[in-house]
Unconditional design. Structure first.
Length: 306
């Protein structure tokens, strides 16, 4: 199996410019930013979008669900709950239930240090979402996806040992009730996604016709001065054998509309949120940009041909 490529090597094979791109607009949040969104989804009779709502001067967030008004602006859904101290939402559906996750920060870990962990909620109605799972301490980017046989595949992202900052793990459980923090922490790691000193995670998984998952994720590296560079990427994985296709970067920050950044070290950051696949062979990527805004980009479907 071929060795993984560096971000610099992957950028040499960047796809053609996007077909269209734009910025999402939000109302009803005061002077807060909305970023690191998930893709819009239908639930309980509404088209909703989950986003991280946060003042530019802090990282204390509220996870909120938005509805789009006739003028195209997204406003908080009055019937939806809000989730204080949750960041970076993710969305999945398992047996018809919505599974909504987010990164809880700050939390006090058993060591006494301040860290984070992911919390997950499930339900069939907006007013019926209940907490059912907290992930391992100090782990972000846990993602769930249902297989054709009903089982649930889970992507983890533990911090790596030695030169690896973080890697992707994968495990499968028979049902949501079998999913625990311990099971997530013990997920076997994929070894072909990243080179040492670079890292990434899964952001969303799409079931492909052959039973594999097409994974939308991010790959990242850091230059001197802790300057971060994050890129949306895709790959396919067989959940039984853990065999993967090579990672492909599908966009860069420069391909989205210009906008502010939360800090100078976050200018070149795109955090993949979700991918809407269309009947005509295109797809729209929804993402957080520069930790200060949310944007979309339409391109040829990057999951075709994986």
């Amino acid at each position: 199996m071929a060795s993984p490529l560096t971000c610099a090597q992957l950028l040499a094979n960047l796809p053609a410019p996007p077909l269209a791109t734009g910025t999402l607009r939000f109302g009803g949040v005061g002077d807060c930013d909305v970023y690191n969104i998930a893709a819009p989804f239908w639930f309980d009779g509404r088209l909703l979008l989950a986003g991280r709502v946060e003042s530019r001067a802090t990282e204390y967030s509220t996870l909120m669900l938005f509805e789009r008004a006739a003028d195209g602006v997204w406003h908080p859904c009055p019937e939806a709950p809000t989730f204080e101290a949750l960041q970076d939402p993710c969305v999945a559906f398992v047996d018809g239930e919505l599974v909504l996750g987010g990164v809880r920060y700050p939390v006090t870990l058993p060591s006494g240090q301040i860290g984070w962990r992911m919390d997950f909620y499930r339900g069939r109605r907006l007013d019926g979402l209940e907490h059912f799972l907290s992930g391992p301490d100090h782990m972000k980017d846990i993602r769930l996806a249902q297989r054709r046989d009903g089982r649930v595949t889970v992507f983890s992202r533990p911090h790596g040992a030695a030169e690896w900052r973080a890697r992707i793990g994968l495990t499968t459980v028979d049902r949501l009730a079998d999913l625990t923090a311990e099971r997530i922490a013990e997920a076997p790691l994929l070894t072909t996604n990243f080179v040492p000193y670079e890292w990434g995670g899964a952001n969303e998984a799409h079931l492909l016709p052959d039973g594999r998952f097409g994974v939308l994720g991010h790959i990242a590296w850091m230059e001197a001065g802790d300057i971060r560079h994050y890129y949306p990427m895709v790959f396919a994985v067989d959940p039984d054998t853990l065999a993967t296709t090579p990672v492909r970067i599908i966009a860069t920050r420069a391909q989205f509309p210009p906008g502010p950044a939360k800090r100078p070290d976050l200018v070149d950051v795109v955090f993949s949120g979700g991918l809407q696949r269309h009947w005509d062979g295109t797809a729209t990527l929804f993402a957080g940009v520069s930790d200060a805004g949310a944007a979309w980009l339409t391109m040829p479907d990057p999951l075709l041909g994986l």
